[in-house]
Design a protein around this ligand. Sequence first.
Ligand code: TMP
Length: 213
Amino acid sequence: MKQKGLFVSFEGIDGCGKSTQIKLLRKRLVKEKRKVIQTREPGGTPLAENIRNLILHTHTETVSKETELLLYAAARAQHVSTLISPNLKKGVIVLSDRFADSMLAYQGGGRNIKTDEINKLNEFATGGLNPDITFLFDLPSKIAAIRMKKAGRKKDRMEKEGIRFQEKVRRAFLKIAASNPKRIFVVDAKLPVEVQSEIVYAAICRVSRITAE
Ligand code: TMP
């Protein structure tokens, strides 16, 4: 069945500022009285949030990269079937802090799992659902690390992987963006927050006009 809503994902390495941008866009759309929900991956439903906790805060044993991959996929399957798809069908704008591209960048680029395997798993977990538009907030990993330190954020298991890992993930994200130029907008995350949010809003207006036609 054709989706009526608009599905928007926000991507980037840890500390790139995407969560600030998603909040700003949601506020603006709510002000315009548009039907919008904000969600995140891993997470977004009670079960998927429990899986998030397992993935990001298991420190008592080593988590294998295969286990990690499957847990992210399980959280995504639940998120799509119980939250994202039903809302899209109702015509809601769904803003998701991360989606399937994160798996290609982190488990693919970061953990060296083959792209074909990840694509197959994502297809299974999402039933082939893709965002209508994705914003990739690009930032050198060194700057992201400084920002996170300044904010005094306690690091989760993924963030503890360090700058070299984050830089591998960043390069993978840029490669994914280059292969999907119609869907993915790369935003320079070094720009002031307000400038980034104007870029995002302008792109959303263009895309919603296109999908409304
Ligand atoms: P967050 O800090 O942006 O909420 O994201 C949680 C972490 O999970 C972040 O380090 C990226 C990572 N992640 C993956 O490795 N694979 C995935 O498929 C997703 C959705 C997130």
